[in-house]
Design a protein around this ligand. Structure first.
Ligand SMILES: C[S@@+](CC[C@H](N)C(=O)[O-])C[C@H]1O[C@@H](n2cnc3c(N)ncnc32)[C@H](O)[C@@H]1O
Length: 205
């Protein structure tokens, strides 16, 4: 099954946000409006914030860990996005399968290396548990605290690689990937069955 490429527009969310704001636009609701404005400034109006799925990986994020990726394995980068992630991994010398196919309907390559759609992590981690193949996934640090993560990957085969600096993803806005330099969350590289030297590897020393 081919995946439709996503088109992100903030207009709908912005309109909705302004409508909600106008409901509370009375002197007695000043405090509510104040908090709505805070939420707006924090980015809650944007689809990228709500959906979490449009963060494209910059090349340096793969460059950072190229020494940890086995070079005799075929990589499956299953989440296509703008297609650049697979290109970057190929440029780094790896053999890569990176096609716009449904992750849940395929099982390709020897090792999964990707940055998945964060809104689908429950299903993705369940599927990864089922596939039981090595992976390196870039995901928010907060995922380690979730029950679904604990349920499937409470195992010594799970290792964490901590980037030296925050990864600033490209956000796909109106179909175009743009570097924003202000990602507001940190990520780990979650590694499974990589057999790294350490349970937690800090990059950049
Ligand atoms: C966070 S983006 C990352 C894209 C790319 N892997 C990268 O690192 O730049 C995740 C992408 O997964 C795609 N996606 C969502 N559901 C999917 C599915 N079931 N199978 C494959 N790709 C999916 C979305 O289109 C989204 O662009």
């Amino acid at each position: 099954m081919k995946i439709e490429k996503e088109d992100t527009t903030n207009a709908t969310e912005l309109n909705l946000f302004m409508k909600v704001q106008s409901i509370f636009h009375t002197p007695t609701c000043g405090r509510v409006n104040y908090f709505l404005n805070l939420l707006y400034m924090a980015g809650f109006h944007s689809k990228t914030f709500i959906v979490y799925d449009d963060y494209m990986t910059p090349k340096y994020a793969w460059d950072n860990i190229k020494h940890l990726i086995p070079n005799n394995k075929v990589i499956w980068e299953p989440f296509y996005g703008d297609g650049k992630s697979g290109e970057y991994l190929t440029e780094l010398g790896f053999e890569v399968i990176h096609e716009p196919v449904d992750f849940f309907e395929n099982d390709l390559g020897d090792i999964i290396v990707s940055n998945p759609p964060f809104s689908k992590c429950v299903k993705i981690l369940e599927q990864l548990h089922h596939l039981d193949k090595p992976f390196i996934l870039i995901m928010p640090t907060s995922k380690i605290f979730t029950n679904y993560f604990r349920k499937h990957f409470n195992t010594p085969d799970l290792q964490i690689v901590v980037p030296r600096n925050r990864i600033h993803f490209y956000k796909k806005i109106n179909g175009i990937s743009q570097q924003t330099n202000k990602c507001n969350f940190d990520c780990f590289y979650y590694c499974y069955k990589l057999d790294l030297d350490r349970g937690i590897t800090f990059l950049g020393f």
